[in-house]
Design a protein around this ligand. Sequence first.
Ligand SMILES: [Fe+2]
Ligand SMILES: [Fe+2]
Length: 261
Amino acid sequence: MFNWYREYQLSHNTVYARDDPRVATPLRRERRNAVNASSQQSSENSFATRSLGAIAASLPGSTALFRRYKLDFCCGGNVTLSKAAAVKGLSCAALEAELEAIAAASFVRPQPQATDDLIDLIETRYHTVHRHELPELIRLARRVEAVHKDHAAAPIGLANLLEQILAELESHMQKEELILFPAMRQDAGPMIAGPVSVMIAEHDGHGAYLRELEELTSGFEIPEGACNTWRALYGGGRKFADDLVEHIHTENNILFPRFLI
Ligand SMILES: [Fe+2]
Ligand SMILES: [Fe+2]
C-alpha cells in the first residue's frame, strides 16, 4: 500500500531544503501524471458501459452527481450508467460530460513558475476541491457508520473526524486566501515570514489529522464485503488524503520558501 503519510513526512521535513534528494517531487509528479493519464484515458473510454458502483469507487465526486440525479450507486450499483440513465429518462451523454468534468477537475496540471499562477493553482486545485469533496465524504461516512455499525471494521467516528478536518481546513484556507496570498501577490516583503510560520505550524496539525484518518480506516483498505458507499467513501478519502499531502507539499516546499530567503 502506498504510504501517503510517509510521503507527507518526507516532504514536510524538508521545508527549507528544496535541493534535498528526499524531496522526490519529479518522481511523485511523474507517478501522479502516469496515474492521471491512465485514469483520464479510461474515463475517455466511456463511462456509459461502466457500472455506477465502479464509477463511484474510482471517481471521487461522482457520488454527489449520482445523488443529485437520484441514481442508486449503492444497492443498485451493478447497473451500467447507460441503463440507469435510460430507466430514469436522463441523457447518458450529458451525464458522461459531467463525469468527464469531474475527472478533469482532479487532473494535476504542470506546476507554474510564476508566484501568482502558483497561488491560483493552489486555490483552484486544492482549496476548491477540498471544499467540494469533504462535505460529500462526511455524508458518506455518516451513512456507512449508521448502516454498518455492527461491522468489525466500521470506521466509527470518521464523520466527526472529517467534520473537524473541514472546520480546521476552512479556517486555515481563509487565512491564506484573505491575508497571506494577497500579501504574497503584492510581494509585501519580510512581514510575510510571520504568517508563513503560522501556516507551517498549522500544517503540522493537518499531518496529525492525516495520521488519525489512516488509523481509523486502516489506511483506507476496503474490507471484505464492503458496499459501494463504503468503497466510494474510502476511494474518496484516500484521494483527499493524497490531495492534502500534495497541497501541503506545494505550499511548504515550493511557494513558502520564495518568501523566506
Ligand atoms: Fe492552502
Ligand atoms: Fe496551507
